[in-house]
Design a protein around this ligand. Structure first.
Ligand SMILES: [Zn+2]
Ligand SMILES: [Zn+2]
Length: 350
């Protein structure tokens, strides 16, 4: 199989040829056709997350040690099954749920693999991922039938859409006049707007520092847009019932939390980096919630796929490029040149 691997953090990925694994036990081997490029891949590529105040979290501490294959938006064809694998057949096209836990801890048993407390096996994060012609999946139950959804768009459901969907589920109960602020209109923000619309939320305020990203946000269904570089940006966001932060910088956190009305909730998804410094009394006095959200559960992925199949989600712009251009795709994302989502095509990588 061919993989595009991080051989040294921060250096270009290298094309590596290795033996295609044989599935054992309940494992399933999937031949990748499409693989989404996510913003968090940039941090894995760099080798660390910025915790602010000069502190860093190194990805090697959670098992991501080069040579490493990134890619947590896998879509492909079932190629081979282990002797105890059940529920799929060779040749079937499937979306792979990548947020796989240990399967044994109480959290995993409650269906929340993405919050596994005793040994996560996240594909492309601490297990070999989908920047590769082949991915080994521990069990067929992590394969989701997304037939009817265009492949390049379908793969993005595994991270960007599920993350947005799970985040919207953490908002407080919304009345018809309640506003929800969406901070950051890259791939995640755009799909979040679409998810909110599908859930019947109409008063969505799309925010970004780049007007080029605000235009597609309006097309996705935002009621209004705010360029957060404008001097009156903070004032124009006041009174929101909820804020979804897909950037996760000190600036967006400040804006999102300050925008909340009493009882409002700020949901943090973005991993840009930095630290939060906020006075404590008003958190209690305003009864606001500050909550993190990390990807989503297998059940949530199935719900997102169901919405996509019914045409209830509006796909963000998706640009497909050959897998051999993985490095250029990462560079473009890093430079902020991507509107929507980039997907690697692995059918041309043989
Ligand atoms: Zn991701
Ligand atoms: Zn677990």
């Amino acid at each position: 199989m061919i993989s595009y691997q991080v051989v040294e953090h921060g250096k270009p990925l290298q094309k590596v040829l290795s033996e295609t694994p044989r599935p054992q036990g309940t494992e399933v081997l999937v031949r990748i056709t499409r693989s989404g490029v996510c913003h968090s891949d940039l941090h894995i590529w760099d080798g660390y997350f910025d915790w602010g105040g000069g502190k860093r979290f190194y990805v090697k501490e959670r098992g991501c040690v080069p040579p490493f294959t990134m890619g947590h938006e896998p879509f492909g064809v079932v190629e081979a099954l282990g002797p105890r694998a059940r529920g799929v057949k060779a040749g079937q096209k499937r979306l792979v749920y990548p947020w796989i836990g240990c399967g044994k801890c109480a959290v995993c048993k409650a269906g929340q693999d993405n919050y596994c407390v005793s040994g996560s096996r996240y594909l492309g994060v601490n297990r070999a991922g989908a920047y590769s012609t082949h991915v080994l999946v521990p069990d067929a139950k992590y394969l989701v039938d997304a037939s009817g959804v265009e492949e390049a768009y379908a793969c993005t459901l595994a991270c960007s859409a599920i993350t947005a969907y799970s985040a919207t589920g953490k908002l407080p109960a919304l009345g018809p006049k309640d506003e929800v602020v969406v901070l950051g209109c890259g791939g995640l923000g755009l799909i979040a707007i679409s998810v909110l619309r599908a859930k019947g939320v109409k008063r969505i305020v799309a925010c970004d520092i780049d007007d080029a990203k605000l235009a597609p946000a309006l097309k996705q269904g935002a009621a209004r847009t705010v360029n957060t570089r404008a001097p009156d940006a903070a004032a124009s966001l006041q009174g929101a019932a909820g804020a979804l932060d897909f950037v996760g910088s000190p600036a967006t956190a400040s804006l999102g939390i300050a925008a909340l009305r009493k009882g409002g909730r700020y949901v943090l998804c973005g991993l840009y980096g930095g630290e939060l410094v906020h006075p404590l009394p008003p958190i209690a006095q305003r009864a606001i919630g500050i909550v993190g959200s990390y990807v989503g559960s297998l059940q949530e992925l199935k719900e997102v796929v169901a919405l996509a199949k019914k045409g209830k989600l509006k796909p963000p712009p998706v640009h497909t490029r050959p897998a051999a251009e993985a490095n250029a795709a990462l560079e473009d994302l890093k430079a902020g040149r991507v509107v929507g989502r980039t997907v690697l095509d692995f059918e041309t990588a043989s």
